[in-house]
Design a protein around this ligand. Structure first.
Ligand code: CTP
Length: 206
């Protein structure tokens, strides 16, 4: 079985999770999602207060080499134990996630198109676009609800690291994308991606 890899990048709050979750719900066991976020580095060497201050929008905060290694193993038909990140602790959890080879694997994250060594492993590269005001509103709501954050900290982090790193490292990766989608809520775009994945799955029948 050949696994087709699709990279989905886009700024924080662009709706990557919603878009990929809908695809996962539709394709079930034929599709797996790997979150680059789970590859944020383990930082047991510093305490919580210091971990809060890390620049999580800089490529160095992620262990992308491990993700690349895992994708290569999956391409060779091997399953891998992927890491799991705990946003409430700003650290990797002790739990892992079993990732099995699958017909289609989506790799999602703000920086999945940043490093050539990673992006060249993708058969299709998608960039999910959204206006910055919509992204920060979605992020604030999500971080308060799901990631145990408070609004003043979200604002401070956005202005000091999230926004400048987005302009420096995330936005420029639009140029390497095969497809740029103007909104995670664009039904026609969702349908085109869904139809493409359907055809990949059908042509890859055992
Ligand atoms: N991040 C954080 N604290 C950490 C680790 C990461 O606040 N300990 C933030 C980074 O600042 C980065 C964001 O997590 O901007 C990446 O996740 P994001 O893209 O927002 O979430 P997804 O659900 O993957 O995507 P989307 O919002 O597009 O659905």
């Amino acid at each position: 079985m050949k696994t087709v890899f699709i990279g989905i990048a886009g700024g924080t709050g662009s709706g990557k999770s919603t878009f990929t979750k809908r695809l996962k719900e539709y394709f079930g066991d034929n599709l797996t999602v790997i979150y680059h976020d789970n590859y944020y580095r383990r930082r047991d060497d510093i305490d919580f207060e210091h971990r809060k201050l890390i620049n999580y929008d800089h490529p160095d905060s992620l262990e992308t080499s491990l993700l690349i290694e895992h994708i290569k193993q999956l391409k060779n038909g091997h399953e891998v134990e992927g890491p799991l990140y705990d946003f409430t602790q700003h650290n990797r959890s002790d739990k892992t996630v079993l990732i099995k080879p699958c017909k289609v694997i989506i790799v999602e994250g703000i920086l999945v198109l940043h490093e050539t060594q990673l992006s060249e492993l993708f058969d299709y590269k998608i960039y999910l676009d959204a206006d910055a005001d919509e992204r920060i509103l979605r992020r604030a709501a999500r971080d308060i609800k799901m990631r145990g954050r408070e609004l003043p900290d979200i604002i401070a982090q956005y202005l000091s690291t999230v926004k400048p790193m987005h302009n420096l490292f995330v936005e420029p990766t639009k140029s390497v994308a095969d497809i740029i989608i103007n909104s995670a809520l664009n039904e026609a775009a969702f349908d085109i991606v869904k139809t493409k994945i359907e055809s990949i799955i059908v042509s890859n029948q055992d």
